[in-house]
Design a protein around this ligand. Structure first.
Ligand code: NAD
Length: 316
C-alpha cells in the first residue's frame, strides 16, 4: 500500500515509518524537521526509504500539498504537529499554524489525491480536559473539554477528519494517544517526561517536577502506538483511544527512573504549568473491538528501554 506519513521524522512517526517499511508498504514522508531529526530515519533508510521520498516541507504550505497530490497515497497518516501543550499556551498562533492550517492543507490535499483514508494523531491526554476521576479510565464517549490550545487543536483535528469523511467520502480514524514514550523521544523537548527525566538522571542533574507530582498520565510504549497506526490503515473509524488504562504519577515515573539509572537525587518542585490536566487514563475497549489492539508493553519493560537507548546514544 502507498502510505504518506506527515511528521515521519519525529518520534512516533519514525517508528511508524520503520514498521510500515518492514511490512512492505511504499512510504513517503513530509516533515519540516522543526522537532524531528534526519537521524530518526536512519533505520528507515536501511530498510529502503529513498531520499526522494523524504520531503522536507512545512505542511501548511502549498508545496506540501503538491507532494501529497503527486504521491497519490492510498492512506495519509497525519502526525506532523506542534506537539507541546506549554508552547501552545505561550504561542497559540504558532500552534495553529501547524495544528490547524497544516491539518487543513493535508486533509484538502488527501481529498484531492483521491486517498482512501486519513488516520490522524489526536491526543487522549488533552482533548477530554479534566475528567471526573470516577470516570477513569475514560471511554471515547466522554465529553471533549480541552484545557489547552494544543488540546483544542487535537479536538478540532478529530472533528475535522470526520467532517471531511462525511463531505468527501474519505474514511477516517483519529487515534487519541496517551503519553507516548520510548527511544528517539527528544529529551530536550517540552513534552515527554520519561525521556527528559531519564536524561537528567543519567547526567547526574535533578529533575524538575511541576506542581506536587501527583498528577497522573497514561503512558503507552511507542512500538505499541506504531502497531495501532498500522492496524488503523484498513480498520477502525472515528475516535479511538490508544493507551493502557493505567494511571501513573510523575513522582512514580521519577522513582522508576531513579531505580533504573541507579541514582538517588530528589526532584525539584516548581509551580504547576498552565493547561495541564490533573489525572487521566484512557479506556481501550474500542481499540480492542475495532483494531484488535491491546497495549503489549508494561511500563516496567518500556522504561528500561529508554534508559538503555540514552546510554547507547550520545544523548545522555
Ligand atoms: N508523544 C506523545 O506523547 C503524543 C501524545 C498525543 C499525541 N501526539 C501526537 O502525535 C504526533 C507525533 O508526536 P511526536 O511525539 O512524535 O512529536 P514529534 O515532535 O517528535 O513529531 C512531530 C513531527 O512533525 C514535524 N512537524 C511539526 N510541524 C510541522 C510542519 N508545520 N510541517 C511539517 N512537519 C512538521 C516535526 O518536525 C516532527 O518530526 C503529533 O501529532 C502529536 O501531537 C503525541
Amino acid at each position: 500500500m502507498r502510505v504518506l506519513v506527515t511528521g515521519g521524522a519525529g518520534f512516533v512517526g519514525s517508528h511508524l515509518v520503520d514498521r510500515l517499511l518492514v511490512e512492505g508498504h511504499r512510504v513517503s514522508v513530509v516533515d519540516d524537521l522543526s522537532t524531528g531529526l534526519p537521524e530518526n530515519l536512519d533505520r528507515a533508510r536501511s530498510l529502503g526509504l529513498a531520499e526522494a521520498d523524504l520531503h522536507v516541507l512545512d505542511i501548511a504550505g502549498e508545496a506540501a500539498a503538491d507532494v501529497i497530490r503527486s504521491a497519490r497515497p492510498e492512506v495519509v497518516v497525519h502526525l506532523a504537529a506542534q506537539p507541546s501543550v506549554a508552547v501552545s499556551m505561550r504561542d497559540p498562533l504558532l500552534d495553529a499554524h501547524s495544528n490547524i492550517t497544516g491539518l487543513l492543507r493535508v486533509l484538502t490535499a488527501a481529498r484531492d489525491a483521491g486517498s482512501r483514508k486519513v488516520v490522524f494523531a489526536s491526543s487522549g491526554g488533552t482533548i477530554y480536559g479534566e475528567p471526573d476521576p470516577e470516570t477513569l479510565p475514560l471511554a471515547e464517549e466522554a465529553p471533549l473539554a480541552p484545557r489547552s490550545f494544543y488540546g483544542l487543536s487535537k479536538k478540532y483535528g478529530a472533528e475535522c477528519v470526520r467532517l471531511f469523511a462525511e463531505e468527501y467520502g474519505l474514511a477516517h480514524a483519529s487515534l487519541a494517544l496517551g503519553n507516548v514514550y520510548g527511544p528517539r523521544q527528544n529529551p530536550q523537548g517540552e513534552a515527554g517526561v520519561i525521556a527528559i527525566f531519564a536524561q537528567r538522571l543519567l547526567a547526574g542533574r535533578p529533575c524538575v517536577v511541576f506542581g506536587d507530582g501527583l498528577n497522573t498520565r497514561d503512558y503507552v510504549y511507542v512500538d505499541d502506538v506504531a502497531d495501532a497506526f498500522v492496524r488503523a490503515l484498513d480498520r477502525g473509524t472515528g475516535l479511538i483511544n490508544i493507551g493502557t488504562g493505567v494511571e501513573t504519577s510523575v513522582l512514580d515515573i521519577h522513582a522508576a527512573l531513579a531505580r533504573d539509572t541507579g541514582t538517588t537525587a530528589a526532584p525539584v518542585h516548581e509551580p504547576a504549568l498552565a493547561g495541564e490536566v490533573r489525572r487521566i487514563s484512557l479506556g481501550v475497549g474500542r481499540a480492542a473491538d475495532q483494531l484488535g489492539w491491546r497495549p503489549a508493553t508494561p511500563l516496567a519493560d518500556g522504561v528500561p528501554k529508554v534508559v538503555s537507548w540514552l546510554r547507547e546514544s550520545d544523548r545522555s
